[in-house]
Ligand binder design. Structure first.
Ligand SMILES: *Cc1c(COP(=O)(O)O)cnc(C)c1O
Length: 379
């Protein structure tokens, strides 16, 4: 038997409490017991989104929330700026293009964060931009983009700030109301500690206003209809009932820990991971790394694809490699959601043993030692 460890940036490990809650008999979604569950979940989502506005729950992966953020707020031919610099920034651009939105791409080198001044310049040059699409944590490169500053730039304009926070929300601070983010999207399988299958969309008052004028076709992802139903403790269509029950439990766990402690835990795990990689002689890929996932350059002479495969097949540890042109060039150690000290030590130890197996020369144990220095609790 090879014991398996899932240490990717999504799906992430599911806590026992959440798994057990989801194992209960399925509730009927038009009965009061489910209405109670949904009510608690919706209140908890407002808390984790840090907003007074309703957060809409959809059955679908994170991308369904992203698609909802396009089709509910834009019309055919509208201009939108899409910040690209990784797989998920590209997804915004592809989604907008698919729906006939006039896309202005702001390309950022993979591994770099967007400069707010470049967004400003593009907004000034283009004039009537209806929305800026950004990514809080670009999971494919490990970069955190300055979405708070981008929101600030569009605040006084007739432009929405739409943020993909799928690998950010619940891992680090993305306060929706305080930063003035208009549409904030996340999914269940990252920091919210659930299996895949739910998307969540927070919508500002300004965005609800834009929703009334927007004419892109929508049916399943119609957020105004969902809002009406969810205000009454129902959903428009059959919800992913067990996942919503699990969501309640996951939100309880986050509340018990407290948001500040949740963020501090993520920062500490990120710090330990980065110090360990430095001790191994591996460089970080991201210029401004996100607290949710660390992208690391594969050291010279090592085959990155072989590294990820060896870890999985020989040690039972699943981490992600690089995508597209980064394939074989980076590997990514996740630390978001239900992650703790020994997940990081497991990942680092597995990477060390794999690097040694693949012939990379370094002092075995040096990464673990560096991580332990960060993670030990003291007296
Ligand atoms: C995981 C992820 C998504 C959502 O992808 P799905 O596969 O549709 O759930 C979107 N954006 C980012 C940054 C992600 O990490």
């Amino acid at each position: 038997m090879l014991k398996q460890y899932l240490l990717t940036a999504g799906p992430t490990p599911v806590p026992e409490r959440v798994a057990l809650a989801m194992a209960q008999p399925v509730l009927y979604h038009r009965a009061p017991a489910f209405a109670e569950v949904l009510k608690e979940a919706l209140a908890g989502l407002k808390w984790v989104f840090q907003t007074t506005q309703p957060v809409i729950v959809l059955a679908g992966s994170g991308t369904s929330g992203m698609e909802a953020a396009v089709v509910n707020f834009l019309s055919r031919g509208d201009k939108a700026i899409c910040i690209r610099g990784g797989k998920f920034g590209e997804r915004w651009s592809n989604l907008c293009t698919a729906h006939g939105v006039q896309v202005i791409n702001l390309d950022v080198e993979w591994g770099q964060a967007v400069r707010p001044a470049d967004v400003q310049a593009l907004l000034d040059r283009e004039g009537d931009v209806r929305a800026v699409f950004a990514t809080a944590s670009e999971s494919s490169t490990g970069v955190a983009h300055p979405v708070g500053e981008i929101a600030e730039l569009v605040r006084a304009r007739d432009t929405l700030c739409v943020v993909d926070a799928v690998s950010a929300l619940g891992a680090f601070d993305v306060p929706m109301d305080k930063w003035g983010i208009d549409v904030l999207v996340t999914g269940s399988q990252k920091a919210l500690m659930l299996p895949p299958g739910l998307a969540f969309v927070g919508v500002s008052e300004k965005a609800w206003g834009a929703c009334k004028r927007a004419n892109l076709p929508r049916f399943y992802l119609d957020l105004a209809r969902e809002r009406k139903s969810q205000d009454k403790g129902e959903t428009a269509f059959t919800p992913a009932i067990s996942l919503v029950v699990g969501l309640c439990e996951a939100l309880r766990m986050l509340k018990e820990e407290g948001l500040d402690n949740v963020f501090a835990r993520h920062l500490k795990l990120a710090d330990a991971t980065r110090k360990a990689c430095a001790a191994l002689g591996c460089q970080l890929f991201a210029a401004s790394p996100a607290p949710s996932v660390t992208a690391v350059r594969v050291p010279a002479g090592v085959d990155g694809s072989a590294l990820v495969k060896h870890l999985r097949t020989r040690y039972g540890i699943t981490i992600a490699g690089g995508q597209d042109h980064l394939k074989g060039k980076i590997f990514r150690i996740a630390h978001l959601g239900y992650f703790g000290t020994f997940d990081i030590l497991t990942a680092i130890s597995g990477v060390e043993m794999t690097l040694a197996d693949l012939g990379y020369s370094f002092e075995l144990g040096s990464g673990i030692r560096a991580a332990e220095q960060v993670l030990r609790v003291g007296v």
